[in-house]
Design a protein around this ligand. Structure first.
Ligand code: ZN
Length: 75
């Protein structure tokens, strides 16, 4: 209530919301790249689908590896 607010780090969470960042994920088995911006339309994953929104039963188009076999990569 009457407590002074000491903010050492300013609030910038809302500033980051406008930045749409697409991540890429690589299959550790065959090296196939999943790009969130491109999705996997041939297998029902619309472009722009975030990795976390890709269904758990989705598998790598190349080698049928599961999501847990993918690792995020920075390009
Ligand atoms: Zn694969």
């Amino acid at each position: 209530m009457g407590r002074p607010i000491q903010s050492k780090h300013s609030i910038r969470l809302s500033d980051c919301d406008t930045v749409m960042e697409h991540k890429t994920w690589m299959c550790l088995i065959c090296g196939w790249i999943y790009d969130e911006a491109e999705g996997d339309p041939e297998h029902g994953i619309a472009p722009g689908t975030k990795w976390e929104d890709v269904p758990m039963n989705w598998t790598c188009p190349e080698c049928a590896a599961r999501k847990e076999d993918f690792e995020m990569v920075a390009i």
